[in-house]
Design a protein around this ligand. Sequence first.
Ligand code: SAM
Length: 259
Amino acid sequence: MDQRGGDRASFGFREVGDAEKEGLVREVFDSVAPNYDLMNDLMSAGVHRVWKSLLIDRLNPQPGETLLDVAGGTGDIAAAFLARADTRPRRSEKEPARAIVSDINAEMLAAGRRRKTPAEISARMALLCADAERLPLPDGCVDAYTIAFGIRNVTHIDKALAEARRVLRTGGRFFCLEFSHLETEGLQKLYDLYSFNVIPWLGEKVAKDRESYQYLVESIRRFPTQENFASLIRKAGLARVKYENLSAGIVSIHSGWKI
Ligand code: SAM
C-alpha cells in the first residue's frame, strides 16, 4: 500500500502507486509510438518478426475465427493472423476471419493506422482503445486472445488474465508472447549486458528517449519466470497451460484453453 492507501506496482525497478504506473506506462508508449516498429527491428535485429510468426503458427488461424489482440499496439499480430487465415481453404458458409486490436494507448493505435496494411486486411480489423484489465466486450465473444509484449506493462496481471478468460468462448485459446528469462545463468548475464547497455543507447540515438527504453529492459527483468507466469494463468482459470521458450528463453509463448 502507498501513503495514500493505494496499492503498489512495479514500474521497471521502481515501486510506484497503481494509478501512477498507468500514467507512466502511458507516457512511455506515447513517446515510443512514432518509432515503435523501427525500434523493434533494430533492438531484435528483426528477430521479433520470427517470434511473432511462430506465434501465428501456434494460433493456426482459420476462416470464421475472431481474434482479440490485446495491447496490440500497431496491429501487426492481428494483420498477420488475418493474412494467414486467408491462406486456408474456406467453405462457402464460413465468413473470413476477423480481428479486434485493443490497446490502452490511442497513439499506438494511430501509429498502426499509418502502417501499410492491405485494404482487404484492415477492413476486417476493428480498433478498440481499452485497458486490458477492463475490456468493454461481452463474455465469450472471441475464439482466440493474444497479448504480445504487453502483459508486463499491465498494472494488475491477474485482472488482465481474468478478462482474457471472460471474453474467450468455451473452447477458445489464450496465447501470450513475452520477454522472459534465459535458460542458463551464463546466457542471462550476456543478455543483460546487451539489453541494459545497447537498448537504452539505441533508444537515445534513434527515438531520442533513453528513459523509456531503460523502463522496457527493467520491466523485462521484473517479469515473472516462465513457471510463475504459467501458475498465474492457471490461477485465472485457464486449462492445459504450457509454455515454449524461443531463442533460449529470450521470449516465451504461454498458452492455455478456456474449457
Ligand atoms: N503487441 C504489440 C507488439 O507486439 O508489437 C505492442 C507491444 S508494446 C511493447 C506494449 C503495448 O501495451 C503498448 O502498445 C501499450 O500501449 C500497451 N499497454 C500497456 N498497458 C496496457 C493496458 N493496461 N491495457 C492495454 N494495453 C496496454
